[in-house]
Write a protein that binds this ligand. Structure first.
Ligand code: NAD
Length: 280
């Protein structure tokens, strides 16, 4: 049995920004549910990606028939680098996944960057970079995944990374907020266009999730105020109904539902996973 025929019985998921944090948790969750999973991130994160794939799964065990040692069916786990802001790289990512795994059923356009600065100090190159990664990157992932899914004719699931910063403006986070508001517009419009192909398009909108990303916010705001490191993140607990920060797994659990067959009537939504901080 070649890899293309294995993919016909196993759904294939791509997760961008998967070397760490939320993307990594989503990739591992989908893998544990039996998906073939492609972890993608920047070339600079290749070592991290490879260490995840080699720790979890030795591809040598699975070259022929998708069965690991002991005959138990395991999904395939691949690392493929791509910068989501570069069109040829996203197109190349989809082409490689189709060649290796036979198709694409789930695209999780998770990669994102932040920018913390008073708005009047944000430079045009900084603004453009934010939009290139967070907005163009998500657009390219949606577009090339959908193109492939439409060609396959078996529907699919597309997900983007929004944020509560995509629901509500925040001081000194304007470029990032703008990019996350854009994800909602893109997600709603894509859902309207691709519903007829059996493709749902949704976004997750996390609140404060305990990752390196949140640590950057803490660093910035505590440097400014002189408050002890960690105190800004700690204070965010009071902004949630649960009194806690979220974990990457909390986001992965929502994604697990959204990619399930049972979620076929949920589309165009940007769903908060924020411990009850923002209600919309
Ligand atoms: P993170 O910074 O820990 O990880 C982001 C990953 O994206 C990194 O591995 C990075 O290398 C990768 N990446 C950056 N630019 C890329 C590019 N051009 N091409 C490919 N990969 C690229 O962040 P995280 O906390 O895991 O967040 C993941 C997503 O969730 C982001 O889109 C973020 O905006 C969103 N989000 C996070 C939080 C939070 O509190 N952590 C809250 C709301 C939304």
């Amino acid at each position: 049995m070649n890899s293309a025929s294995v993919a016909r019985i196993t759904r294939v998921a791509i997760v961008t920004g998967a070397a760490q944090g939320i993307g990594l948790a989503i990739a591992l969750e989908l893998y544990s549910e039996g998906f073939d999973v492609v972890l993608s991130d920047l070339k600079a994160k290749e070592g991290k990606l490879n260490s995840v794939t080699s720790q979890i799964y030795d591809t040598q065990d699975d070259q022929e028939d998708g069965r690991g040692q002991g005959g138990k069916r395991v999904g395939r786990l691949l690392a493929i680098t791509a910068d989501v802001s570069v069109e040829d790289e996203v197109k190349g990512l989809i082409d490689k996944v189709v060649a290796e795994l036979g198709g694409v059923d789930v695209m999780v356009a998770n990669a994102g960057i932040s920018l913390l600065k008073p708005l009047e100090e944000v430079t045009t190159p900084e603004w453009d970079k934010m939009m290139a990664v967070n907005v163009r990157g998500t657009f390219l992932c949606y577009k090339y995944a959908a193109e492939q899914m439409i060609k396959q004719g078996r529907g699919g699931r597309i997900l983007g990374a929004c944020s509560i910063a995509g629901k509500k403006g925040m001081p000194e986070v304007a470029a990032y907020c703008t990019s996350k508001f854009a994800i909602r517009g893109l997600t709603q419009s894509a859902a309207l266009e691709w519903g007829k192909y059996g493709i749902t398009v949704n976004a997750y909108a996390p609140g404060p999730i305990d990752t390196d990303f949140l640590a950057q916010f803490d660093e910035y705001f505590t440097n400014k105020s002189g408050a002890p490191k960690g105190s800004w993140s700690e204070s965010l607990k009071q902004t949630t109904s649960t009194g806690t920060l979220g974990t990457p797994q909390d986001v992965a659990n929502l994604v697990s539902y959204l990619v399930s067959r049972g979620a076929k009537f949920v589309t165009g939504q940007s769903i908060n996973v924020d411990g009850g901080g923002v209600f919309d």
